[in-house]
Design a protein around this ligand. Structure first.
Ligand code: TXA
Ligand code: MG
Length: 307
């Protein structure tokens, strides 16, 4: 039997064309993709992911020339973000064009768009057209940053006869895209991510609201990026060492001296702690600058009380 993991883009394109799902590598995390024009395929994304059907998916494009097929009337802010940050870890929320499936937008009048910076996935989208995809993890768990993570999470829900995992290596950014709602006036940052918040502010001349507080866009529940182990947050290495001394089966996670590496390795470290049955992961929070915003956000969610 063929392995569900492949590096063959044409095999992945065939899976999409015949209504199957493809786990796609991106620079941020792996996505679970369907043809964005195929309602039945998009519905299967929700089944495989175990995600409520009213949560919108991001539409992934290969070229900014396709934006007009998906969005109506772009604001100046949306244009500036698209022109500067794509391909890259930035999603814009814009008014949706007619014909965009409700299955993709969760019934909203807006749609999230981005061009991922990953050559294999760009090649795939050039062959298939736009792909609707959330992160390729089961709902509520940590996003996958390798093909193996996708297999670990979704293997039993994927259909080896129709779905594939396109292996593009480890994701170089490691946290999800920054999301900017460009329908709001001024635009609002809904999720801190791979493009630092400071860069968004600079691009939009500071005319941006930061909505990344506790009440957020749909689908951004408080405990969303949770491993099984307990996560405790501390502000510095001394606090971490003190806490570890009094906490059985605990380990320290501290990559604060290299924030790009902290982001890149974060989800893999959480998964690895679970695989080794660590009881408590004591994570040192990075400063709220650059990628530090996104890392703090994900760590805070990983540490939030579970429902
Ligand atoms: O980096 C990423 O963004 C990855 C890769 C695969 O592209 N995708 C990702 O998708 O993180 P997902 O579904 O796990 O997170 C996307 C978030 C969700 O919280 C969803 O609610 C929000 O984006 N979103 C998507 N479309 C939206 C819309 N029209 N309005 C408001 N929020 C939207
Ligand atoms: Mg997700």
């Amino acid at each position: 039997m063929l392995s569900v993991i492949t590096t063959d883009v044409e095999r992945a394109a065939d899976a999409i064309r015949t209504g199957g799902l493809v786990a796609i590598p991106t620079e941020t995390v792996y996505g679970l993709a369907a043809d964005a024009r195929n309602a039945a395929a998009v519905r299967r994304v929700f089944e495989v992911k175990g995600r409520p059907g009213d949560h919108p998916l991001i539409v992934h494009l290969a070229s900014a020339d396709e934006v007009g097929d998906w969005a109506d009337e772009l604001s100046g802010a949306a244009r500036r973000l698209i022109d500067t940050a794509w391909p890259g870890p930035l999603t814009v929320i814009v008014p949706r064009a007619g014909g965009v499936l409700d299955e993709v937008t969760g019934g909203r009048e807006t749609v999230g768009l981005r061009i991922p910076a990953h050559p294999l996935t760009i090649e795939l989208i050039e062959r298939t057209g736009a792909l609707a995809a959330p992160s390729a993890n089961r709902f509520g768990s940590v996003s996958p940053t390798t093909a193996q993570h996708v297999l670990d999470d979704l293997g039993e829900w994927l259909d080896p006869g129709r779905d594939v995992i396109l292996d593009g290596g480890a994701c170089p950014v490691g946290v999800e895209s920054t999301i900017v709602d460009c329908v709001a006036d001024p635009p609002q940052i809904l999720r801190a991510g791979g493009v630092p918040v400071e860069d968004v502010l600079a691009l939009l001349d500071g005319d941006v609201a930061d909505a990344t507080g506790p009440s957020r866009a749909s689908g951004m529940l408080a405990s969303h990026y949770a491993p099984r182990c307990a996560v405790r947050l501390v502000d510095g290495p001394d606090d971490a060492v003190a806490l570890r001394a009094g906490t059985p089966r605990s380990e320290i996670l501290d990559l604060t001296d290299d924030l790009a590496r902290y982001a890149r390795e974060l989800y893999g470290r959480l998964r690895d702690a679970d695989a080794r049955s660590v009881g408590t992961l004591i994570a040192v929070l990075p400063p709220p600058v650059g990628l530090g915003h996104a890392i703090r956000d994900r760590l805070t969610k990983a540490a939030a009380p579970r429902p």
